[in-house]
Design a protein around this ligand. Structure first.
Ligand code: MG
Ligand code: MG
Length: 280
């Protein structure tokens, strides 16, 4: 069976290849007005705040359910609604994926966070009609050298991609920069999920892929586009499989996975990271 038919559409998005690339596709891609961008800044700020707080509070012995409960409380306190909860029937406000879990880990009171874990926390907030979306990887206590390197390269890869965001550049410029950086360190880019446009919907056009491909539209960037850029790196094979819960994707070889994501606005001259945690 084709793996694509088994993927659930949470965040990041499953890849849906097209038969033919459309290099200049703009149809279906929203250009946000200044007013809409201002509203998105608020949703993105809430997401950044929650992730910053979660990174500071995470300790061995906590469960991923504890983190979910905290994140939902904070999102609601700031006047927003968790973007993920109920999306395609996902039961929680965050995805919490530990070590070899790649994406879409379901928070659970049985999942205890341990010293040495790499924990990916992905969350979204919806307020005033717009979503913000971001993901971080947190090193709990002291992690292995390899885990620390994977995490560092994952964050660097995100910023390499973001550095390519400017009017006139295309999605392949982002993807190439990400892929090259990851491969230079001997890691792999997961190809089963992509980033996406974000705005009134959690997932909008285009698919923001993190690897060179001609199976997805190579969109030219224009001011006012807002993209969720979210490379996923595996220490070993790029391939993933799904657990019996039908949500959690894990690496096929049980090796580690790391991910970072930002919601990024294309400006007249380059980019603005709307989920920047340094600004909250
Ligand atoms: Mg996303
Ligand atoms: Mg996300």
């Amino acid at each position: 069976m084709n793996i694509l038919s088994t993927l659930r559409a949470l965040d990041p998005q499953p890849v849906r290849p097209q038969k033919e690339a459309k290099p200049q596709q703009t149809k279906g891609i929203e250009i946000k007005s200044k007013r809409e961008v201002d509203l998105m800044r608020e949703s993105a700020r809430i997401v950044a705040t929650v992730l910053k707080e979660v990174a500071a509070m995470m300790q061995p012995g906590m469960t991923t359910k504890d983190i979910d409960t905290y994140a939902e409380k904070r999102i609601r306190e700031m006047g927003a609604v968790p973007s993920f909860k109920g999306y395609c029937n996902f039961p929680a406000s965050i995805c919490a994926s530990i070590n070899q879990e790649v994406v879409h880990g379901i928070p659970s009171a049985k999942k205890v966070i341990k010293n040495g874990d790499l924990v990916k926390i992905d969350t979204g907030a919806y307020k005033n009609g717009f979503h913000g979306d971001s993901c971080i990887t947190i090193a709990v206590g002291s992690v292995s050298e390899k885990a620390a390197l994977l995490m560092r390269v994952a964050e660097e890869a995100l910023y390499r991609g973001i550095a390519q965001v400017k009017p006139g550049n295309c999605l392949l410029d982002l993807a190439g920069a990400i892929e090259d950086h990851v491969k230079a360190h001997g890691f792999s880019v997961v190809e089963d999920f992509t980033g996406h446009g974000v705005g009134r919907n959690l997932h909008e056009e285009p698919s923001v892929f993190n690897f060179r491909t001609h199976q997805l539209p190579n969109v030219r960037l224009r001011p006012g586009m807002v993209l969720a850029i979210e490379p996923i790196l595996n220490a070993g094979s790029k391939r993933v499989r799904f657990l019996a819960d039908k949500w959690t994707a894990v690496t096929v070889d049980n090796q580690l996975s790391a991910q970072f994501e930002h919601t990024v606005l294309v400006t007249e001259t380059g980019y603005e990271i709307l989920t920047d945690r340094n600004l909250v």
